[in-house]
Design a protein around this ligand. Structure first.
Ligand code: SF4
Length: 574
């Protein structure tokens, strides 16, 4: 089993529970077992071995762990930017035993489909699979909120032996009668794949009885990685498309794919598009509606954010209806502006004035944003960030966003990046940035610690790593409550990063006990005209007189005094 039902890796001796740091553990040599030596068979010592002269004593201490915390088989999935051409062994099954940060197939499909707010979502499997509820990954709705309720068939021993179909059918009948959803999605989990329940047949019978679409989602957790879950979700949604009327859809119309409206991002984007004069037909799937999905084939263009999650649906729609696709990103300044300009360009002929309206919109938003960003940048200049996200596409925008804050990205990785994603990623990374595919908690902890990052951007599974190591964390995924998309989202992101990275709490955490000499040297001017590529702070402390810290500026308002007396630095290092 993998994904969120997996167990955090805590091999014996790997976690120092006093300071929360994680230490890599050396894997035994292939084909050997710790504690098993020549001449010892199933716990007995053979006569020959007993008679033989005693071998040289093994050292009392175990072999030194691999210094970089990587399992040998994982080395092909880590690259350092600037050190030769990138050729990551990505987009494949996770290494067994490595306890990947990836989620399972079911989780992938659930992430995509759950924001459809007027549908019933029923998880067919043990109740544990359904534990990943709206409370963990909320998606906001402007209307119905049926998606906030989690339902499970709660399969037990009897169902697994005799089959779970009767229980599924009874659950669907009861729930559809009680909640009158517009459609129902039924998710297959690992055990359903193992016992062979025919959820397609059950869905067909129930759909005929109740007169609504009841859609099987073939998302058995073990059958691949999260990416397969996206495919399963898109296949289910595709069966809805083309079943509704397309009246009232104009030539300058789009579907928004790949935003899940976790904190209201979708409403920001819709607002921009409406100001430009573009009609939004369907949100797929943040604040999503079944009826919109039914008619979304009438839109003139699919805007796809997020490289993996909804691209399969866009591909299916292109093949079936000829709907073109435009890849967009709503994160950061350049990518947000580029996305809007590209949409405007697409509709230039059919929507007079759209280019001018878009230019005015971008100009206004940037004029408001930049002065606010400059204030925060003063404290963040020279700090380092680590990024670990689901799809690599988001990482591109985050790297650019950090540059606006004067920060360096020391580590970037994703769960499901492809060859193409990683090649693009390397092209925009600074030399020396570590790029990692399908990492696990131990690797991330190792890199975050040795690269001496100030803030970790990730999701719900990365948060404990950052907290244990005593560094700032910014949730850019499941649990965020602040919209991070659009121009105002860029400001929110900068504020989050600032609040977390400069918090005085980090003075009391394990990180403050790392020896300064062990930290990598930094060029605090790397992102400004003073940058020379040379380390300014070999001991990890920055120069308080540095021109990157303008004279008269109170560097970090919260604890300037404390740092001054402790010989601290202007970048908030305790
Ligand atoms: S579907 Fe399988 S891997 Fe996914 S949560 Fe359920 S048991 Fe775990």
């Amino acid at each position: 089993m993998n994904g969120h039902c997996g167990v955090m890796p805590t091999p014996e001796g790997s976690t120092d529970r006093t300071d929360g740091t994680l230490h890599p553990v050396a894997a035994p040599a292939s084909g050997t077992t710790a504690g098993m030596a020549a001449g010892v068979t199933r716990g007995k010592v053979s006569a020959e071995a007993a008679a033989a002269p005693a071998p040289a004593m093994a050292p009392a201490t175990p072999p030194a762990p691999a210094s970089d915390g990587l399992l040998e088989e994982r080395r092909g999935q880590v690259h350092r930017a600037g050190q030769g051409p990138i050729d990551l062994a990505c987009n494949r099954e996770s290494l067994a035993g490595a306890v990947s940060q990836r989620a399972c197939v079911f989780c992938g499909s659930r992430v995509v489909l759950y924001p459809i707010a007027d549908a019933l979502h029923l998880v067919h499997g043990p109740v544990g699979c359904a534990a990943y509820t709206w409370d963990i990954r909320g998606a906001l709705s402007s209307g119905p909120e049926l998606h906030r309720l989690s339902f499970s068939t709660d399969l037990g021993e009897r169902d697994i032996i005799f089959g779970g179909e009767p229980k599924l059918e009874a659950a669907l009948d009861e729930l559809i009668t009680r909640h009158a959803p517009k459609a129902a999605f039924v998710y297959a989990t690992c055990i359903v794949g193992l016992i062979g329940d025919d959820i397609g047949a059950v869905c067909k019978r129930v759909a005929a009885r109740h007169g609504i679409p009841v859609l099987p989602v073939q998302s058995e957790g073990f059958k691949g990685n999260k990416r397969e879950g996206y495919e399963a979700a898109c296949a289910a949604m595709f069966t809805l498309t083309g079943t509704g009327a397309t009246d009232g859809i104009g030539p300058a119309s789009v579907n928004i794919l790949g935003d899940f409206n976790l904190a209201g991002e979708l409403w920001i984007i819709r607002g921009y598009l409406e100001r430009m004069g573009v009609q939004v037909v369907a949100n797929i799937t943040g604040d999503g509606r079944v009826d919109d999905l039914r008619r979304c084939h009438g839109a003139a263009l699919n805007l796809v954010q997020c490289s993996g999650a909804t691209m399969p649906l866009a591909r299916m729609m292109r093949e079936a209806y000829g709907t073109p696709t435009l890849r967009v990103s709503y994160l950061g300044i350049e990518d947000m502006a580029d996305s809007l300009y590209n949409v405007a360009e697409h509709f230039r002929e059919v929507c007079p004035g759209i280019v001018e309206r878009t230019r005015d919109l971008v100009r206004e938003e940037i004029a408001t944003l930049m002065p606010r960003l400059r204030q925060l940048r003063r404290d963040l200049e020279g700090k380092r960030a680590a990024i670990y996200v689901g799809g690599a596409f988001k990482a591109f925008s985050l790297i650019k966003a950090f540059r606006h804050l004067g920060m360096q990205v020391a580590l970037v990785g994703s769960q499901t990046g492809t060859d193409e994603d990683y090649r693009e990623l390397e092209a925009i990374c600074d030399p020396g940035t570590v790029i990692v595919d399908d990492a696990n908690a131990l690797e991330l902890a190792h890199f975050v610690r040795t690269l001496d990052v100030d803030i970790f951007v990730g999701g719900v599974k990365e948060r404990p790593i950052a907290h244990k190591l005593g560094i700032g964390f910014c949730d850019h995924n499941h649990e965020r409550k602040i919209a991070l998309a659009g121009f105002e989202g860029m400001y929110n992101f900068a504020r989050e990063v600032h609040a977390s990275a400069t918090s005085p709490v980090w003075r009391f955490t394990p990180r403050s006990r790392f020896p300064a000499a062990a930290r990598p040297a930094r060029d605090v001017h790397a992102n400004c005209p003073e940058g020379d590529g040379q380390a300014d702070n070999p001991a990890g402390d920055e120069d308080a007189d540095c021109p990157a810290n303008p004279a008269g500026h109170a560097p970090h308002d919260l604890f300037t005094e404390g740092n001054a007396t402790e010989g601290g630095a202007h970048h908030g290092r305790p």
